[in-house]
Structures are given as structure tokens and as C-alpha cells.
Design a protein around this ligand. Sequence first.
Ligand code: ARG
Length: 485
Amino acid sequence: MSGGTKLWGGRFQKPTHELVDQLNASLPFDRRLARHDILGSLAHVTMLARQGIVPLEDARAIARGLRAILQEIQEERFEFRLADEDIHLSVERRLRELIGAAAGRLHTARSRNDQVALDFRLWMREAILEVGEGIVETGRALLDLANEHCDVVLPGYTHLQRAQPLLLAHHLHAYVAMLARDLARLQELYRRVNRSPLGSGALAGVPYPIDRAFVAELLAMDGILENSIDAVSDRDFALEFLADLAILMAHLSRLAEELVLWSSSEFGFIEFDDAFATGSSIMPQKKNPDVAELLRGKSGRVFGHLIGLLTVVKGLPLAYNKDLQEDKEGVFDALDTVALLLRVLPPMLRTLRIDRERMHTAAEQGFTLATDVADALVRAGVPFREAHEAVGRLVAYCIAEGKTFGELAADELARFHPRLAEVVFPRTVWDAVRAREHPGGTGPEHVARALEASRSELERTAGWLQQERQRIDKAFARLLSEEFP
Ligand code: ARG
């Protein structure tokens, strides 16, 4: 059975076996890089012409052909043939069909090794912006929810046992703080991704008077990668992207887990809008938090992709090895997964119904003021450990008698510590919350300031994301205009 026709086939007497084509081909997934492959080629051929490496006439024909191919792809008229092996050879094959022999000059001073590394980085740059925009939207939704419910108290938990009263806004702000770090990580990664490997050739560089910086500039990149071997063989940028998404998913998964718990009848703190919940095929009464569960469950595949790629990379000798072709599918899937979730999450958060009474009542139960009672004793001069012990016994007594702190008479209190009857201790959950007015605490004034600060930070990052998008769009529009080469 005959398989592909090798474009560079001089060395071979036979075409590849068709099963080898199937195994070897990355086209089914790397066709996703088509646009960036073409833009990279436009920048490359512009540089080749400017440096006199390729005649201007040929470079112009190549550029015209590449633009036509992009048009075909965008209008879904382009024929992706498995026998082409990958997106790079696919585009080159079509270019030859369109412009003839001059097409053969495009791959001068370039290898697919530096080409694919460039394409992947160009693609990832925009993927980072997309995730960033999704995080910003999610952060805005959380901040709005917090601002709308700044007077709601709920029990905070440790070990999933009621611990101390918290402002709901403070609790939600914790997730905003996590998302802000997720954004910062991606922003930092962006700088490392946005460097051009082109000009590294197969691994050693190329014997032509190339101008690597010019190519990087045409593509709105922040410079070049310094070592040709490193540039074609490392995939740490993809690993970092997956790691950043994995951490993000871990955060979102924790939020999702809380939403699942809170929406149960046992908690009854929130209710999902009907548009963000599903029913049961057998139990008519059910309203299931599937969206939140998928948010939690899909973290598994993102973590898996990180481990998968680490495993692919870890045993490879320098420089390029075909194993590296395995770098793309996991990354694509991770982006698709995260991007969709980040689109669903904001409207789901914005339509949540919060049961403030249930939250408040729960915050009052479970002796959530016990620490504050101990702290009141401390303020009266009792060492904290002694106070802790006394209040512990007091709680055990209340549980046995079925009483709350507020229901205890002075003589009952005095039995547990002589100072207990005299000290003023917080009677309401609001007292406990208001007592914590310091940076990082759940005091309402501090929380309001923290929400504001986070909002400004988020909007600053949103501005940066927009600015980078515009910078890329502008560079790409130039490359696609008739201006070059
Ligand atoms: N499809 C390949 C990949 O994704 C492109 C690079 C191929 N390079 C090579 N030397 N065979 O990695």
C-alpha cells in the first residue's frame, strides 16, 4: 500500500507505509496552527528577501501564495491531506500547487524544528491572553458578587467544621486573590513564550546572513531565543502553560467543590439558577450542580496533560526528537477545557442566589464565637492557653445542657473561669467579624478596601491583555497586507 509522497524524497526509494503515515502525521491536530504557520512564514520570507537570500520576485510570489492559502483555510476551502504529514508540509505543498517552483525557496534557512517551535509559541501567546481574559471575567463576577453581599456573614470552616464567622465577601475575595496570582503567573509566562526560535534551523543555526531580530519584530515578539539547540528542543513554555492551567484548575476546583456543598440541602447556602443546573433522569425532585461538578472533574484532565508532557520531555537527548510532536494535543485540550469553563463560570456566579438567612443562622451555630470568648479572657489578662482550656470546658457543658453561650447565667459562667462572668465577650457574629479590622482580616472595612484594591489590579491586567492583543493584531495585519515583502 502506498502512503505519502515525500516532499524531500531524494533519499528514499519508496513512499512511507500508510500505517506509518497514520502514526507519523500530526496534521489532524496541528492544522490548528495553520494561521500562525503562515504568519511565521510571511515574516520569514520577508526577512529572506530583505537580506537578499531569496530574490524579491520569488519572495513576493511566496507571500501572495501564503495569503491565498490562509484565505482558503479561513473559508474552509483548504484540503488537509493526511499524506502531507503536518501543517508545515501541507502549506508548502499547496504553495507549490499555487505558485510552482518558487515555493521551494520558502524553506531556505529554516527547518521544521524551528518552524514548529515558532508556530507553537505564536499560538500559545494568544492562548495565554484568552485564558487571562477568562480569569479577568471570573474575577469581576466574584468581586461583583462580593460587593452585592458585603453584609452577609457565613460560618468559615476548618476541617469542614464550623470554625469562625466570616464575611461572605471575604471568603469570595480569597478566590479573587488566587486568580490574581494565576493571572500574574500567566503574564510572566507570556514574556518567556514571546521569543522567537526562528533562525535556529534544525539545531545548529543556518549558514545564511539572516536577521533573527527582524523576524521577531515583524511578529511582535520580544526578542529571540539565544541558543539554537535550546530553541528547537525545549518545551518548558508548554510545560509552564500546563502547570499554570493546572494550578488555576486546582483553584477553580476548590471553588466548585464549595459551590457543590453549599447548594446541598444540608448547607442550603446557595441555589444555582435553572440555566446552570440539571435534572435527574429518574428522580423528579433533583436539581444537580453539574456545572460545578464538571469544573471540579475537568481539573483531572488538565493535571494529566501536565504529567503527560513532563514524561515526554524528560528522557530526550538534545535536540529535536519526534517525541516532541506529542506536545500539542494535551496543550490544545487543556486550553479548550479551561477556556470553556471560564466562559461558563462568570454567568453562573452572577446568577447564584445567596440565602443570607441560612448563612447567618449557620454562622451563629456551632459555637463559632468560642475563640472570641477565649480572646476576651486574654484581654482581661488570662494567658491564652488557660483561656482556651476554660472555654473548651464551657463548650462541652453547653453541648451537654443543650445551651448556647448567650443563655448562660453568670454563676454558670464563673464555674469555668472566675473572670468569665465579668468580661465582655462578643455576643453576635457581627461582633466577631468587626473585631478583625486589620489587613488580611474579615473586618468589613478592611474587606471593602481589599475588594477595591483587587478590582483595580484586575482592571490593570485587563488593560495589559488588551494592549498585547492589539499589538499582535497590528503586526499580523501588516504581514497580511501587501506591505511585505
Ligand atoms: N510535526 C512536527 C512536530 O510537531 C514538526 C517538526 C518535525 N521535525 C522533524 N525533524 N521531523 O514536532
